[in-house]
Design a protein around this ligand. Structure first.
Ligand SMILES: C[S@@+](CC[C@H](N)C(=O)[O-])C[C@H]1O[C@@H](n2cnc3c(N)ncnc32)[C@H](O)[C@@H]1O
Length: 266
């Protein structure tokens, strides 16, 4: 029997990045096909669970930084299946009025988020496709929650590498940037292809999921921040972005596989 959080009509035999990521983080919202592909990927690239955990830890630090910088509105694109330490928990712990709109293309991620947020008046989850930024901003629930005349932090954590070059990630970010007022932020973690063999393998395996990956060069990731001023320390391996304790800095930060940064729209 399927658990009650499984949406009608979901193809559970087609692995999904959201559910594989949930598995890598130790979550329980995944199916046999997700776990099989995740295990195959981990066997080839044992660093994958570390990569998921360091992305998540970067997201936590970035949200704390943004709350300290005075941001009270968050648009989390490719937000994933909720697990411990979600954006609204961190932001609302500091400011109970902080508003968070979660957007994901994966039904399990959206339904589970909606369930979790049922009693939270300042956070919502909607199904949306990052490749259509105008639709996300015009969505009735998103525009009802976020006031675009005030700064918004857009979070794109480990999601832009799910967008192909043909879908123009730079154009997507530019459209969001132009719609946001000065003082808004972009926080991003993005998988890079510096370890070529690993990169080829991940990209190959990801073709079996609903959202295949495109890893990029550090220069390409840097260019996604065009029009934003990167805050210190700039674009760095995820664990090196403002670590809050020396224990957070591993010997080989490049094992995180993702570059991370936070930029402010001037
Ligand atoms: C690796 S997970 C990252 C989750 C979360 N941002 C985090 O860092 O913990 C990537 C998420 O992006 C979502 N995603 C992939 N392509 C997307 C798209 N075109 N639009 C919206 N979400 C997308 C996937 O469903 C998945 O939940």
């Amino acid at each position: 029997m399927q658990p009650d959080w499984v949406p009608d009509g979901l193809d559970i035999d087609r692995p999904s990045v959201a559910r594989i990521y949930d598995y890598l983080l130790g979550g329980s919202h995944n199916f046999a096909a997700d776990r099989a592909l995740a295990r195959q990927a981990i066997e080839a690239i044992p660093d994958l669970p570390v990569q998921a955990a360091t992305n998540r830890a970067f997201m936590h630090r970035a949200v704390r930084f943004l709350v300290d910088a005075g941001v009270t509105q968050f648009l989390d694109l490719g937000s994933g299946i909720p697990t411990l330490g979600n954006v609204h928990e961190i932001a609302q712990a500091a400011d109970p009025q902080a508003r968070v709109a979660y957007v994901d293309i994966d039904d399990v991620a959206v339904i589970h988020s909606q369930h979790l947020l049922a009693d939270n008046p300042n956070a919502i989850a909607v199904r949306g496709d990052l490749r259509r930024p105008a639709e996300i901003l015009a969505d009735a629930e998103v525009s009802g929650l976020l006031d675009l005349s005030r700064p918004v932090a857009v979070l794109a954590i480990a999601v832009l590498h799910a967008i192909s070059d043909d879908d123009d990630p730079a154009g997507i970010i530019a459209a969001l940037r132009d719609a946001l007022r000065p003082g808004s932020y972009l926080a991003m973690a993005h998988g890079v292809n510096t370890r070529v063999e690993d990169a080829d393998l991940v990209v190959d395996l990801s073709k079996r999921t609903t959202t295949p990956m495109t890893l990029r060069t550090p220069e390409q990731v840097q260019r996604l921040f065009d029009g934003f001023d990167l805050v210190d320390p700039g674009l760095v391996w995820a664990p090196l972005w403002r670590p809050e304790s020396p224990h957070e800095v591993p010997d080989r930060p490049e094992r995180s596989g993702n570059l991370a940064g936070v930029g402010r729209k001037p």
